[in-house]
Design a protein around this ligand. Sequence first.
Ligand code: M6R
Length: 609
Amino acid sequence: MCGIVGYVGPKDCSDVLVSALTKLEYRGYDSAGIAVFDNSEIKTVKTKGKLKDLEDKLVETGKPEGHVGIGHTRWATHGEPSDVNSHPHSGARVTIVHNGIIENYIELKEFLTSKGRTFISDTDTEVIAQLLDYKYNGNPLETISSVMAELKGSFALGIMFRDFPDRVFAVRRESPLIVGVAKGECFIASDVPAILKYTKNYYLLDHDEIATLTKDGAAFVDKHLAPVQKDLKTADWDMEAAEKGGYPHFMIKEIYEQPTAIKTTVIPRIKDGLPCLEECGITLEKIKDFKNIAIVACGTAMHAGMVGKYVIESLARVPVTVDIASEFRYRDPIIGKGDLVIIISQSGETADSLAALRLAKQTGAVTLAIVNAKGSSIAREADMLIYTLAGPEIAVASTKAYITQLSVMYLFAFELALAKQTISTDECKRLVSSLLKMPDAVQNIIDNCEEKCKYIATKLITADNLLYIGRGLDYALSMEGSLKLKEVSYIHSESYAAGELKHGTISLIDDGMPVIAVATQSAIIAKTISNIVEVKSRGAKVILVCTDVCARDLNDGIADHIIEMPHSEELLMPITAVVPLQLLAYYTSVDRGIDPDKPRNLAKSVTVE
Ligand code: M6R
């Protein structure tokens, strides 16, 4: 949940660290800090607040001058956001930054206290710093290895030892960490965008590996201190892709990038008009015998799974369950040999989704990961892998990752339906051709609906509560619409299956309460309309998101505002209909004076349970 960086090289270290941290602020932004070797002394500057507050403090106190250092942007887990709980944390001879959670920190703290150590923060991280200092024997690698053996939980650490002012050490277990290299300099970072300004070349640190960074390069050992040879990777994201490019926020930039993201994700997976997932390890032969599918994910990714369930069941007639990963992993799920478990994750590092993947593998089920971040843990550990090629998603609120997750779910459902022979080749070609039209359809909605969404957002900003309703695919989609709005606007909102309202929830409706109804499926439009009439007659202000075909049959006055979209293949409508919901959320957030890229209490990558 936090972002860590480190640098060794000729540049001004404080500047490099702060600049790299700006690319990781999405991982946490309640405090920030850096530590730099300044004349062989480790000088630390840290503060509660955003990176801007750290920059102000560096001006105030004078920035550390040096060429070796580490930095951190925090999403608090242990201890409130405060100056003292901010990273870096130190023992007498060691200073560290940490991303992750140490599960046995209380035992370790008690042990260290019994040895006369005192603590100034409430963090689990300070315990690691003190333990490193306690165990320090003059050899950093031996010390790190012996501390790793004591730690339970997840960690990516950047470490500086007072006696080694020319180097930074790094180690990881579970939490992500990369080591960037360029001529005469090395970097560590929690994610690739942090180093792109300086280099595209990096190594992925594996679990329990330790890296030593000097100006001459990076060296790696395993936890037994045996040398490890690693493959150098090259990022195919450029800086511009990771920057705002003139947009006021990443969220709107990423909404605008959706047509391209769909194209990039879908086109390489089509051959002769049919899905071709061979490069992802998926063939008709390999998937034809699955009898049950479990889709497991968190948040937005889980909502993409909800759409996937409808589509797979409808086309391939295979039963699909959708689980929240944090529930799945603790409920002894009924899966095993012959079943397929699909894990969906933008970051590929979400702790619960990763644990669910490992659990699924233990049961003997085959696993398929749908992941955006290249080389992430989930991507590496799954049996089969389809990358969503959305590029870096920086805004905390997921938009282009969701739309590409949907695109992949469709491709997979088409392929499965072919394998199961529940659709003909011609029908599959027709569906693929409709999918290929989606980038233009999404562009059309951005071009034609944005102004209306902007206007409707001005009507939502004073609401305290909101409901999203829909049936079938529209219900699955309304879950995502509701999450998007609540996370970036802080307006309480729920999504409900429209037909279920009468069984309790309709009592919430009172005069002026906004209800956003999604109605894109002509087979059930009449049913949804009845539900809209029910809420409208009880005082709701209805915002209806529907297709032009559905709009044709509407009576005047059925809704207060209608966002009308061109009709396209109905099974694929979630891809287009999500766009107005994203735009509504974005503009409501902006109108309420909130920074949609950094909603309070949230972090982009949830690498702790
Ligand atoms: O990285 P993941 O896709 O595994 O993250 C899962 C959720 O935390 C994520 O989808 C979250 O709900 C969205 N960022 C919300 O917009």
